[in-house]
Ligand binder design. Structure first.
Ligand code: CA
Length: 222
């Protein structure tokens, strides 16, 4: 099953990491945050990510070495480097090591979002194509939802659940699978959270837009 656009954030600065994690989630990305470079390879090997935001100055395995390992593993994930260094040599070194783009701290969050969208678009492929089911059209890169000729303004979690259902149109998606789409590591999930968002989506798209099968899950018809 396809999930939402998933970003791996690698940043040891707690304050910056926390604000980036929050900001990315508000932009509807599913985010996992690692505080060092040590677990990056194992994490990328275990979960498919659409993009990695990688700080260069990390404790343990330094960012540049992480990047080289990832490329040596034949992982073609787009990588956006974050660094406090600003010299041309560092930039060239980063791009030569397989980074797709480069952002020097401090940066504006809007600049980061713009770079991420560009990388996701450039990556192309199935994940960033327009999705459609039951008259609902989604652009997973720009997060634009169109229904009955109108662009709808959804909250991050409404969007996240809708995207999973549309990607799996015609199939029932279990509640745990939907919960996984709206939370990342370490967050508590309320027992009726998914129901609450399903009910909100039905208000937007009509009560028959999302079917329920008790004990199985939810489905948007094709
Ligand atoms: Ca750092």
């Amino acid at each position: 099953m396809e999930a939402n656009v998933r970003v791996l954030l690698v940043e040891d600065d707690l304050q910056l990491g926390e604000s980036l994690e929050t900001a990315l989630r508000l932009e509807h990305y599913a985010v996992d945050w690692l505080r060092s470079g040590d677990a990056v390879r194992a994490t990328l090997g275990a979960t498919p990510y659409d993009l990695m935001v990688l700080d260069l100055g990390l404790p343990g395995v330094p960012g540049m070495q992480v990047l080289r390992q990832v490329r040596a593993d034949k992982q073609d994930i787009p990588v956006l480097l974050l660094t406090a260094r600003q010299t041309l040599a560092d930039k060239v070194d980063g791009l030569d090591s397989g980074a797709d783009d480069y952002l020097t701290k401090p940066f504006e969050i809007e600049e980061l979002f713009a770079r991420i969208r560009t990388l996701l678009r450039r990556k192309g492929g199935l994940r960033s194509q327009q999705l459609e089911a039951a008259g609902i059209a989604l652009d997973p890169v720009d997060r634009v939802v169109t229904f009955a000729g109108e662009v709808l303004d959804l909250t991050a979690r409404e969007y996240a659940i809708l995207e999973i259902l549309v990607r799996n149109a015609g199939r029932f998606v279990s509640r745990p699978r939907l919960e996984e789409g709206i939370y990342s590591w370490g967050e508590e999930v309320g027992s009726n959270t998914v129901e609450v968002y399903i009910s909100r989506l039905r208000k937007r798209f009509g009560s028959s837009a999302i079917e329920t099968m008790r004990g199985v899950g939810y489905r948007i018809p094709r």
